[in-house]
Design a binder for this molecule. Structure first.
Ligand SMILES: Nc1nc2c(ncn2[C@@H]2O[C@H](COP(=O)(O)OP(=O)(O)OP(=O)(O)O)[C@@H](O)[C@H]2O)c(=O)[nH]1
Ligand SMILES: [Mg+2]
Length: 232
């Protein structure tokens, strides 16, 4: 895991840019010979600016929370993390996109290769929730048909400022047939679960025999939330 981090920093200096926006190869480093894994998949974090995409990624990758002043992502970047799924090593290449409108044309180009999309809104920001339908339209336009989509209502720790009820997120996800959970990059609530569900789905796709039952991310997430005894 630390290997992936050091690799990233050495690459950063050479990155090409277009109008100041970092441009990364869409194939990334999934074929990196020095990293050992059984399966690899690309996960993209998308959603309005400020919903917490970078913080969710940092929480998952480093187990830390980026508090303090908000530094908006410019363009797109990725971090790698290898997770263990039932004895198999699954490499998640996680793409953190800029939520700001002006970077949309850059990020659209990356949807096509994504196995999974984590679509975030902020439970304290109604506009970010109202924009989810528009994000889903973009997904249908640019992503693969069988892409795994997970809706995440982030900043669930901010109960006093909450303006979007958990039930509203659940209903929207149900209407679109996608998995849902509330998360907090601050406390770590459900962050690991979101990425593990994606990794499990990928492993299942790669190893499933024709007569095996299909893995359902939605069912898996619902079951795991029940096991935790809480979800927000
Ligand atoms: N309380 C709380 N604050 C959060 C959480 N996640 C993110 N934040 C804060 O929200 C702000 C925005 O977080 P970012 O992760 O940078 O947002 P982003 O979605 O990456 O924004 P862009 O890069 O502009 O698209 C920061 O000030 C974070 O500290 C969370 O789960 N709880
Ligand atoms: Mg960001």
């Amino acid at each position: 895991m630390s290997k992936a981090g050091s690799k990233k920093s050495s690459k950063a200096a050479k990155r090409p840019t277009a109008n100041g926006i970092p441009i990364l190869p869409r194939q990334g480093s999934l074929q990196g010979a020095s990293e050992f894994y059984d399966f690899a998949c690309k996960v993209m974090l998308i959603g309005d600016s400020g919903v917490g995409k970078t913080c969710v990624l940092v929480r998952f990758k480093d187990g830390a929370f980026l508090s303090g002043s908000f530094i908006s992502t410019v363009g797109i970047d990725f971090r790698n993390k290898v997770v263990n799924v039932d004895g198999a090593k699954v490499k998640l290449q996680i793409w953190d996109t800029a939520g700001q409108e002006r970077f949309r044309s850059v990020t659209h180009a990356y949807y096509r290769d994504a196995h999974a999309l984590l679509l975030l809104y902020d439970v304290t920001n109604k506009t970010s929730f109202d924009n989810i339908r528009a994000w889903l339209s973009e997904i249908h336009e640019y992503a693969q048909q069988d892409v795994v989509i997970m809706l995440l209502g982030n900043k669930a720790d901010m109960q006093a400022e909450r303006v979007v009820k958990r039930e509203e997120g659940e209903k929207l996800a149900r209407d679109f047939g996608i998995a849902f959970m509330e998360t907090s990059a601050k406390t770590g609530l459900n962050v690991e679960l979101a990425f593990m569900a994606v990794a499990k789905d990928l492993k299942s796709r790669k190893t499933r025999k024709p007569n095996d039952p299909k893995f359902s991310v939605t069912e898996y997430v619902d079951q795991e939330k029940q096991n935790q005894g809480c979800c927000s």
